[in-house]
Write a protein that binds this ligand. Structure first.
Ligand SMILES: Nc1nc2c(c(=O)[nH]1)N[C@H]1C(S)=C(S)[C@@H](COP(=O)(O)OP(=O)(O)OC[C@H]3O[C@@H](n4cnc5c(N)ncnc54)[C@H](O)[C@@H]3O)O[C@H]1N2
Ligand code: MOO
Ligand SMILES: [Mg+2]
Length: 423
């Protein structure tokens, strides 16, 4: 008799998984390797920025009071007593009607309270300049702490490090950065029909695309894929591979064999692992036959063999687990869009349609990116969103307002499925 499975709503499936968070681990990496890692300690300013008053222009540092009566008819005359570039410090006190030629980024000399740009000065000689306008006190000075003050919070733990954050790490002297360790995800493709990527096609066979797709998804989520290869639909071969590597991974993914067919291994894997099933059917399409189970605190995901279903299963269920273990926002960011075409297919289950986003006069218009079947692989090539179409309708019309999940964004969302989509 075919096993009858009870589908659970997406938000409940997510909840069940998130009840088994992976252990957070911290490591230190050189700043050059910190890009796209997740900060594990709050980054606070270790000093004010700038840490000294400096010139934002190439010009002359002066005492503004000496220009109080300056005009075209009565220019103020200054003696140039020195020249400094960025990094140099002028050591003497600057006195009445004295000026220091100063370059952008250099420290304002003691006694000066303003800078006038080179273009506004008449240079009579190397040592004598004229100023024909009044310069206000504090003109053209970048003051200590105007960018940030010592101890200010610059970036919180959980921030995904992007180039702007790298600039802060460098500014505050963090040659080594405390980041979340990347969870290791074992990936095993199952299926007697699978060829290696470099093998020629044969009748009835296909190349294993899921393992590579999932590996890329793991990388995008910030994890480390551990490729466990591919096995035919044979339980012993499959279990041997799993047992040999279970200790090396933080979580394990298989693709294929998640349904109820004669050669579908996932129910047997769960049994042989003596794992506790969290769910084996979700009220969604594609990906309805996703299985999740837990063994010794490690999550096992039996993702569908159908590429569309495998892809969606990963983004909805595996990604948040990985991201949360790194303290990064767990879920795909959500946004709003309008359907660009009619979508007449009725469905009892919520659909996550692989979609293409088009920006039209400030609006997100979304279109299915290809064949909307969970067996379609090519529709993934152009997909940059998943269009959420709640189930229980006769379909949707062009122009309908829809929620969309953004696939290529570096940001993430902690918006919970419970709150946003009780689907
Ligand atoms: N009687 C039923 N049949 C099916 C059901 C059901 O509820 N009752 N569910 C259908 C749904 S929905 C899906 S999705 C698929 C799930 O299939 P499996 O997870 O068991 O995957 P397979 O049977 O192994 O393969 C399905 C499909 O995907 C291709 N595949 C497999 N592995 C890969 C890979 N690594 N790279 C690319 N493509 C792969 C495979 O050749 C098949 O075409 O079950 C439905 N059936
Ligand atoms: O698991 Mo299937 O993807 O619902 O078509
Ligand atoms: Mg099957």
């Amino acid at each position: 008799m075919v096993e009858r499975r009870k589908p659970i709503p997406i938000h409940e499936a997510v909840q069940r998984i998130m009840a088994y968070p992976l252990k957070e681990k911290v490591e230190s990496v050189p700043i050059l390797e910190s890009y796209e890692r997740v900060l594990m300690k709050d980054l606070r300013a270790t000093h004010s920025v700038p840490s000294f008053n400096r010139s934002p222009y190439d010009g002359y540092a002066i005492r503004s009071i000496d220009t109080a009566t300056a005009s075209r008819d009565t220019p103020a005359l200054f003696t140039v007593i020195g020249e400094i570039g960025a990094g140099q410090v002028f050591k003497e006190e600057v006195g009445p009607n004295e000026a220091v030629r100063i370059m952008t980024g250099a420290m304002i000399p003691s006694g000066c309270d303003a800078v006038i740009m080179l273009e506004l000065v008449h240079e009579r000689s190397k040592t004598e300049i004229e100023i024909v306008r009044k310069v206000e006190q504090h003109d053209n000075i970048s003051f200590i702490g105007e960018d940030t003050k010592e101890l200010d919070l610059i970036a919180k733990a959980g921030t995904v490090i992007h180039p702007g954050v790298v600039a802060q790490l460098a500014t505050f002297g963090q040659a080594e950065v405390s980041v979340a360790s990347r969870p290791v995800v074992g990936i095993l493709a199952t299926g007697s029909e699978l060829l290696e990527v470099n093998e020629p096609l044969e009748a009835g066979k296909i190349r294993n695309s899921n393992a590579y797709m999932v590996a890329a998804q793991v990388l995008r989520a910030g994890g480390v894929p551990l490729m466990l290869g591919q096995v035919p639909d044979e339980m012993d071969a499959c279990m041997e591979r799993i047992h040999n590597h279970f200790n090396e991974v933080d979580c394990l993914i298989t693709t294929g064999g998640a349904s109820v067919g004669d050669f579908d291994l996932v129910p047997g894997i769960v049994k042989r692992l003596e794992a506790e099933t969290l769910f084996n059917k979700v009220a969604m399409r594609p990906g309805s036959v996703t299985t999740a189970a837990v063994k010794d605190g490690k999550l096992f995901f039996g993702l569908s063999g159908n590429p569309g279903a495998c892809f969606v299963g990963f983004e909805l269920f595996v990604r948040p687990l990985l991201r949360r273990s790194m303290r990064a926002p767990a879920h795909l960011p959500i946004s709003k869009g309008k359907l660009g075409v009619d979508f007449p297919k009725p469905n009892p289950f919520t659909r996550l349609v692989r979609g293409k986003l088009n920006e039209q006069s400030g609006q997100h218009i979304v279109y299915p990116s290809g064949l909307d079947k969970s067996g379609s692989v090519v529709s993934l090539a152009e997909a940059d969103v998943l269009i959420l179409l709640p189930g229980g309708t006769r379909g949707y019309e062009k122009g309908a307002d829809v929620d969309i999940l953004l696939l290529n964004s570096h940001a993430g969302s902690d918006a919970t499925w419970e709150t946003f989509f009780s689907l």
